[in-house]
Each structure stands twice: as C-alpha cells, then as structure tokens.
Design a protein around this ligand. Structure first.
Ligand code: SF4
Length: 290
C-alpha cells in the first residue's frame, strides 16, 4: 500500500490502520491550513481501495481504521458504504472506523445515511470547528456558517456516531482573541461533542494567513494570551459529558480533562500559569509542532 503526499490523522488514531481513500481535501480553502495546498482533490478508484485493503488485511487484526485524507466523508454515500462493507468483510478484529468530516460533507448526508454508516462501524467523525465567531469563520474561509457548523455536529450525534471537535487558539489574532474564545465556548456548548480539543495556531509559510501576517494584517497572540483564550473557552463552555484536551504538540500547556467534572480545576490551573508569566511552565518552542 502506498501513501501519496502528506497523510495526517488525529492523535487518537495513532494506532489505527490508515487507509487513504481520498487525496487531499475537497474544500482546501481554509486560510491557515497548509496540509493540502497545491494538491487536487480526488477520490481514489474503488478497485484500488479494495486492492489496498486486500494487501494490508493479512497483516491484521486491526481494531481501528482511519479513512484519510482531509474530509473523506465527502465520498458519495454508495461508495462510502461499499468501502465500509469491504473493510468489514476483509479486516479481522475491526471495531471502529474514523474519518474527518467538514460541515459541508456532514450536511450533505441525512441522519438516516449517517446511521447506515454507523451500522457499518463508522464510529467517530472528527470535525474542525476552529471558532464559533461568525465573522472569523468567514475570514478564515472555513466554508460553513456558525449555524451550519452546529447543525453538522448535532447531526453526527443524532446518528449515534461519536463526535470529536477541534478548535484553534490564536485564530482571532491580537485584537479578537477573547471574542474568538467566548464564541468558541458557546459553539462548543451548542454542539456538545463527546471529545473536544484545542490546538494552537501555527502560521505556516505558503498559507494565505502567512501572507496576511507578512502584510501586517495578522499578529499571533503571545503564549500567555493564547492560554487566556484557552481559559475563557474552558470557563465558558458547558458540556454534558466531554473529554477535553489541549495536549496536541502545538499547545503550550497540555491539558486532559473530563468535563464538566474537572472544569473548575482546569480553569484554576490555567489562571495560575497565566498569572505566573513563567515561560518554564510552558512547552518550549522547539518542542512544538503541527
Ligand atoms: S477543511 Fe480541514 S483539511 Fe480542508 S483546508 Fe480546511 S482545515 Fe484544511
């Protein structure tokens, strides 16, 4: 099995078999995202996908499979159903299939269609929410409004599929950091995902956001300002039951918390680190990465 280009997957899929069923991202317009820039999106031929499953299946059992690349949920329903059916038939020990889905790809499917995917072991969808601020969603060209994002997240949950949502600290720049954080707390509360993670923005050369930064139109907040955003998100979000993390390599302060139980303790910890202004309490820059 051969991978083409950069293959990314959520940290929680580290032990999964990664099956590249699409190449790139059908949206590919988010101003901060360097991953698939310059690559044309396409869905792999079904014969090739089945051939790759045939090749790798004997090395199993594989408990978890992740369908790459960027938003493989965009695959039309009949094709996606056959990929899942083939995986179920060929891969021994299969318990769960994971996939990235953006708001558009989720909203193109009905709850019934999502339930049909769930019956074939699609167990988790990773949704990049990034921010709850409507103006920022437009500015970063996320391709979805706040309302669409909420509807998409809720739809996944209604279908009984686990939802993991990510948000991005720093997107509001210097001026709109707290506005971004407050709006992000409310969108997370409205979606109420099973898993939520806050990543920290890293501005990568070659992205439109990097051009904005070079032109002086965007400035990254300081590490402690970014932590204040994280504190605001945690303090103002209300989850019924969520595993909240900020332990991605891009983050300055790794946090793993069961919400709502750990909320108060996490808010206090963040406040303590912010008021200390002690850089030694943060992940050093050389250890940060995407
Ligand atoms: S939808 Fe995801 S993968 Fe596609 S451009 Fe946006 S952030 Fe990147």
């Amino acid at each position: 099995m051969e991978y083409e280009g950069i293959v990314i997957r959520p940290p929680s899929e580290a032990e999964s078999l990664i099956l590249q069923v699409t190449l790139g991202c059908s949206h590919n317009q988010c101003t901060f995202c360097p991953t698939y820039k310059g690559r044309r999106f396409r869905i792999k031929d079904p014969e090739l996908i089945e051939k790759e499953i045939d090749e790798v299946a004997p090395y199993g059992p594989f408990r978890k499979v992740f369908l790459a690349d960027g938003d493989a949920l965009i695959i039309p329903q009949p094709k996606l159903l056959s990929i899942l059916e083939y995986l179920n038939k060929k891969v021994s020990g299969l318990r769960r299939v994971g996939i990235y889905g953006n708001a558009k790809s989720i909203l193109r499917k009905s709850v019934e269609e999502l339930k049909a995917l769930k019956e074939r072991k699609l167990g988790i969808v990773y949704l990049g929410v990034e921010t709850g601020d409507p103006a920022l969603l437009e500015k970063i060209r996320k391709g979805a409004t706040r309302e669409q994002m909420v509807e998409a997240g809720r739809k996944i949950k209604e279908a009984g599929i686990t939802l993991s949502a990510t948000v991005l600290l720093g997107l509001g720049g210097l001026e709109a950091g707290q506005r971004h954080a407050l709006a992000t707390a409310t969108i997370l509360s409205d979606i109420d995902p099973d898993f939520a993670s806050a990543l920290t923005l890293m501005v990568v050369p070659g992205t439109p956001l990097h051009e904005e930064m070079k032109a002086g139109q965007f400035q990254l907040p300081s590490p402690f300002e970014l932590l204040k955003e994280l504190g605001t998100i945690v303090a103002h979000s209300n989850f019924s039951r969520c595993y909240f993390t900020s332990n991605h390599a891009s983050n300055y302060l790794p946090i793993k918390a069961r919400m709502p139980k750990d909320k108060e303790a996490v808010v206090k910890l963040i406040q303590k680190v912010v008021s200390s202004e002690d850089r030694s309490l943060l992940r050093p820059e050389f250890l940060r990465g995407l």
